[in-house]
Design a binder for this molecule. Sequence first.
Ligand code: HEM
Ligand SMILES: [Ca+2]
Ligand SMILES: [Ca+2]
Length: 321
Amino acid sequence: HKIGGHGGHGGNGGGGYYLYPQFYDHSCPRAQEIVKSIVAKAFAKEARIAASLLRLHFHDCFVKGCDGSILLDSSGTIASEKRSNPNRNSARGFEVIDEIKSALEKECPQTVSCADILAIAARDSTVITGGPSWEVPLGRRDSRGASLSGSNNDIPAPNNTFQTILTKFKRQGLDIVDLVALSGSHTIGNSRCTSFRQRLYNQSGNAQPDPSLDPSYAAELRKRCPRSGGDQNLFFLDFVSPTKFDNYYFKNILAAKGLLNSDEVLLTKNLQSAELVRAYAENSELFFEQFAKSMVKMGNISPLTGSRGEIRKNCRKVNRD
Ligand code: HEM
Ligand SMILES: [Ca+2]
Ligand SMILES: [Ca+2]
């Protein structure tokens, strides 16, 4: 499967190999069913875990590519991405990834990468909540480092402008279609008060709530997201169907009930993205189809392949050699 390769996006991270779904067919044929069963078990215990696992793959891929860098704990040489602004007190699901990894190490030692586990778990989380399925290209290897600064700089923040968010996506080789479709992930999962408080009290420095937020919905949110305190209080990103992967995220945006500023700006700041929001609100099949395509595209961001990187034995630390 070697191809004449150089760096860049689009399935060839510079190791000279493309990812492909059959990567573990001979080396670990049960890999995918093992991931799926542990995701299902975790989901049965707590439905939110699906959202958390989907987000981990995103926060991995946007920092040095999909290389499992987000999973590394701090150590002598590593400043963990878990400490970054987007991840601190927010990224979760690491214990589930640990459980999957230890089951896979028993089944086929040092064969399945942590980066691939994240990609498969993201797909399985989408499916188990009612979303689309897709074949996950595989063969990513794991990084031997992390980037705390990359995590702070490259992952979009909820109060970034539309243009900044789009620029951060383009830096990864993703476009406006990917941005709108992948934002549809916010059809499941939670946000902390601190991630959207500004919209409730002082959106643009004029002591007024965000005019693009429905006033009665805003009043409801203020009850558990006060001016100060309650930073960690949790709210559904999609208040209609928070554990179901559907297109209510887009319908909510049309009703001025998107939770994050980064959700609502997809409608209010750019004509093309507004058209996409309307199209996905109207047609969930169209959303599902594009979501699957964009997830594969995101999963192809700068993977380590060939002999680059390693297959970690423990997703939290690099191997010693
Ligand atoms: C477009 C730019 C994006 C911004 C600004 C953004 C921002 C956020 C924020 C602020 C939260 C809540 C975090 C907290 O308060 O703890 C969140 C949650 C979440 N995000 Fe995004 N996000 C973006 C795109 C994405 C993408 C591309 C995906 C997946 C492909 C994704 C998946 C999720 C999920 C599933 C949750 C809920 C996690 C949970 O409940 O544990 N987001 N996002
Ligand atoms: Ca990474
Ligand atoms: Ca939903």
